[in-house]
Design a binder for this molecule. Structure first.
Ligand code: XMP
Length: 325
């Protein structure tokens, strides 16, 4: 793959360099876009968040963001996006609630790659249908970053919003395409985005679907969402969130027998996974202290109805991939 980075490219390691990049980028964007409109799929991930904030500064109301809530996002994720971008930054943001539509499309589907394909395909369908309602848009902005261009991943069909059909005839705007993740974060900081939106752990395009192995149901999706919320909360409290690269929960499509209040239960179990990695191609397992694990376990078992067991996945990559599907 051709290296698009100029050998003289100054790595963005300080807020000062970030501000310099932002100034140049705004100038270029204004010159290119002029009075035309730009559309952007705002997922809530670091890259699209930063692109939204950057374009907002350059072209303001001529940027139209679409946030597709496919129902596979973490707890409060859509609310956070709306709060920051619509309420605080006053961005032009269209919110699409298509949770039921996605659940319907995924009904009866348990094969991981088929799930991924459906989610990718339907995501594009929803985005395109909404984009078509808006007339005269010339540009499509994307949060493509440098590793997206240079890396080819062959293990799973990774779904990113990148693959929009070319017949849409949008011209592409990719303002952070020459940057690495840490540089994109620095730009986000310099643009004043809150830490929650800048320092996010990696999150797969198909979202919680890959943490709900087997056929997805609303109930199990909810178990993933609630247990993930507790895990993140406890990792924040004990500081592990600043140290661990990626951590989440999985709720497999399998029930086991348990007991509660002298009565038999037959419920799902939850798996905790916390890994460290540099580029996601390999990963080691974080040794979560037992007192933290016990606190998490106690909260999950008492606060989340529908599970009776808590397990920890201690598998490195290889042999396991980071996600279960
Ligand atoms: P795996 O599970 O392949 O994941 O070890 C490596 C990294 O990629 C994320 N991941 C995905 N990201 N679409 C994405 O955008 C996907 O389909 C997808 N699957 C996995 C995963 O969370 C990890 O950080």
């Amino acid at each position: 793959m051709k290296d698009l980075r100029d050998p003289n490219f100054k790595r963005i390691t300080t807020l000062e360099l970030a501000n310099e990049f932002i100034d140049n980028s705004i100038k270029e964007l204004k010159e290119k876009i002029k009075d035309d409109q730009v559309i952007l799929a705002l997922s809530g991930g670091v890259d699209s968040n930063v692109v939204a904030a950057l374009l907002n500064k350059a072209i303001g109301k001529n940027l139209i963001c679409i946030h597709v809530n496919h129902g596979l996002l973490r707890k409060n994720e859509s609310e956070d996006v709306i709060k920051t971008f619509k309420e605080k930054m006053n961005l032009n943001l269209i919110y699409l609630d298509v949770e039921d539509y996605f659940l319907d499309k995924l009904k009866g589907v348990s094969d991981p790659e088929t799930k991924r394909k459906i989610i990718g395909h339907e995501f594009i369908n929803c985005f395109v249908a909404e984009a078509k309602k808006l007339n005269g848009i010339k540009y499509l902005a994307q949060g493509t970053i440098y590793p997206d261009i240079t890396e080819s991943k062959g293990i799973k069909a990774h779904h990113n919003v990148g693959g929009l059909p070319s017949h849409l005839n949008f011209e592409l705007i990719e303002p952070v395409r020459l940057l690495y993740k840490d540089e994109v974060r620095m730009i986000g900081k310099a643009l004043g985005l809150p830490d929650e939106l800048v320092y996010r752990q990696p999150f797969p395009g198909p979202g919680l679907a890959v943490r709900c192995p087997g056929e997805i149901t609303k109930e199990r999706l909810n178990l993933v969402r609630e247990t993930d919320y507790i895990l993140r909360d406890e990792f924040n409290k004990c500081g592990l969130s600043k140290k661990v690269w990626q951590y989440f929960t999985i709720v497999p499509d399998y029930k086991t027998v348990g007991v509660k209040d002298d009565k038999r239960t037959y419920l799902n179990f939850v798996v905790i996974r916390a890994v460290n990695s540099v580029d996601a191609t390999t990963a080691t397992v974080e040794e979560i202290p037992y007192d933290v694990l016990f606190k998490i376990r106690d909260r999950m078992l008492s606060e989340v109805e529908g599970i009776n067991r808590v397990l920890v996945d201690i598998t490195p990559k290889p042999t396991g991939t980071i996600e279960w599907e």
